[in-house]
Design a protein. Structure first.
Lengths: 313, 252
């Protein structure tokens, strides 16, 4: 692997330092309305996948984006009480020859509507250019190769996203099951280079790091020492499960035990951390122990949040 | 072009375990239709041989199935051992993933109805449970408070002898077995047959007008009138009267 340092301008991260330190949040899933109504004060913020609150009829449709009204009613109720953070799945920033400016503009409209202090998406591709105006959905999120050409392509797109949406933009590190040979950079090098070149922050999904470490046999703590934690604004924590001989990022129930230890380490070393978001897959609410189980995970996350150096004294 | 070709090949492999097996059996000639660099060819050949690609194939399938299963759980329970065959046939006919979950769910419902009509699926309860779940799903897409507010005035003005339209927050479904026994059995994931549910002609009201979603028995004549109204057929006042009285129709 070519490990030559990537020539990159140094970002001053002032835009990250200025963000509000929110605390502990929850990624909204459709099984949560009753929980939200009964326990909204257990949250410091709610993260949402905005793409799941609208129907996207694709380029050329007029209007292209239509609100999913039933869900929006709940969102309006929460937004009157707590900050909302946007975590999109629809940009597909890693897609070759496809950059969906209309999607970014829609995110900008929602940022203005709900006042997201920051917003994020995934460092992967899930769409491919189609034969017509509509892109094809790849059916799953596939990581990009950690090559310089890809980094340059994505960094340029990050800059465009930042021009359109006037709050910091974060990218989430991948979970990957396939190990591509001959990549030009390690994952921490790629993430650091992208933050420097594009000016984005990092949404560090700690469970993704843990999943990758289990499946590909590396030390997750080494990863955390290699990546520049000054770029981390938000972390995701979750649980997983075994499937077909691999450990998966299934968000199946409580946070995986080792993830709590990694979280404690990140909280102590990430000076720009603004939020810890707990994620679980919708149909695992019973496995989690229902609402009490969600509250337990949030309370444990709050203990981690209290470890921030800035929180001392 | 090369990165796009690489990504297209990766996506095609995740959607097709058979393609991965062919790459293993026949080598990278299987990828000759993609405009790939030597390093990309090497990466894809390596990927085809990794358990991680088998995982990607499973995730692709789970990703397409899970919104369908979560919205149509009873239908999937009744498909039972036919599920894999039906899913494979659906994906073969619809290889591209559409934008948005509602589109995929409606497309799947239409596919199942067609297979029922063609005699390829013969469980008698399947079409009626699918219809009930689709009726419920479509109503669940509507914003309850805004929809209620939007028809409040029209509901107050409804008269049997004036033009009417269906209340947007209600639907009807027909069952050939006692529906509440069927619904309970589905919720408990009890295996077929549901002989404990008495056969007959039943109609239910799927009701989203209140704070709680409701399911209530409905008179056959009222159900027929509601369907006729929804189909745009003219209703005589005596047929429209119970719809107005029960709040199932509002002024057009």
């Amino acid at each position: 692997m070519d490990t030559a340092p990537f020539a990159a301008p140094t970002a001053d991260r002032a835009h990250l330092r200025a963000l509000p330190r929110l605390g502990v949040g929850l990624l909204y899933v459709p099984s949560l309305p009753r929980f939200i109504h009964e326990h909204v004060d257990a949250l410091d913020y709610m993260a949402i996948v905005p793409d799941r609150f609208w129907v996207d009829d694709g380029p050329g449709a007029g209007p292209r984006f239509r609100d999913f009204d039933r869900q929006v009613e709940l969102l309006d109720w929460v937004a009157a009480r707590k900050p909302i953070v946007g975590h999109s799945v629809g940009l597909s920033i890693g897609s070759a020859e496809l950059f969906d400016v209309e999607h970014v503009e829609q995110v900008a409209r929602w940022q203005a509507r709900y006042g997201f202090p920051w917003h994020s998406d995934h460092l992967s591709f899930n769409r491919l250019p189609g034969m017509d105006a509509h892109s094809e959905d790849a059916g799953l999120a596939i990581p990009v190769p950690y090559d310089r050409e890809v980094l340059e392509m994505i960094a340029e797109r990050v800059r465009r996203v930042r021009e359109i949406v006037p709050v910091p933009f974060l990218l989430e590190n991948n979970v990957y099951y396939v190990d591509l040979p001959g990549q030009e950079m390690t994952e921490p090098e790629f993430l650091d280079g992208l933050c420097d070149r594009g000016g984005c922050g990092l949404l560090l999904d700690i469970h993704n790091v843990y999943v990758n470490s289990v499946n590909h046999g590396f030390d997750a703590r080494e990863f955390l020492r290699a990546v520049d934690l000054r770029n981390v604004v938000e972390v995701h924590i979750a649980g997983g499960s075994e499937m077909a001989g691999m450990y998966t990022d299934s968000h199946a129930g409580p946070v995986a035990g080792p993830v709590w230890d990694l979280l404690d380490e990140v909280v102590e070393r990430a000076p720009n951390l603004c939020g810890i978001t707990f994620e679980f897959e919708d149909h695992y609410l019973p496995a989690l122990g229902g609402h009490d189980g969600v509250l337990r995970e949030l309370e444990r996350a709050r203990q981690a949040w209290a470890r921030r150096p800035a929180a001392e004294g | 072009m090369s990165l796009l070709a690489f990504q297209r090949a990766m996506a095609d492999m995740a959607a097709s375990p058979a393609m991965c097996r062919r790459i293993l059996d026949e080598g990278s000639v299987v990828l000759s239709g993609y405009d790939l660099t030597p390093i990309e060819l090497r990466r894809l050949a390596s990927a085809a041989d990794q358990r991680g690609m088998r995982m990607n194939c499973m995730l692709y399938r789970n990703g397409r199935l899970s919104p369908l299963v979560s919205q149509l759980p009873g239908t999937f329970h009744l498909l039972g051992y036919r599920l894999r065959e039906v899913a494979e046939a659906f994906w073969a006919e619809n290889p591209k993933v559409p934008r948005g979950v509602p589109g995929e769910i409606r497309r799947f419902a239409a596919f199942v109805r067609r297979r029922v009509a063609e005699g390829l699926l013969d469980e008698p309860l399947l079409p009626e449970v699918l219809d009930w779940e689709m009726e419920t799903y479509e109503l669940a897409l509507l914003p309850p408070e805004r929809t209620r507010a939007s028809v409040a005035d029209a509901a107050a003005r409804a008269r049997p002898d004036a033009p009417l339209r269906p209340h947007p927050l209600v639907g009807v479904a027909r069952f050939t077995r006692e529906p509440f026994a069927v619904v309970r059995a589905l919720a408990e994931k009890r295996p077929l047959p549901y002989d404990h549910a008495a056969p007959g002609e039943y109609h239910v009201l799927v009701d989203f007008r209140g704070a709680q979603r409701g399911l209530a028995p409905l008179d056959a004549a009222v159900a027929a009138a509601f369907r006729a109204l929804r189909a745009g057929e003219p209703l005589p006042p005596e047929s429209a009267a119970p719809l107005v009285a029960q709040g199932l129709a509002v002024a057009a």
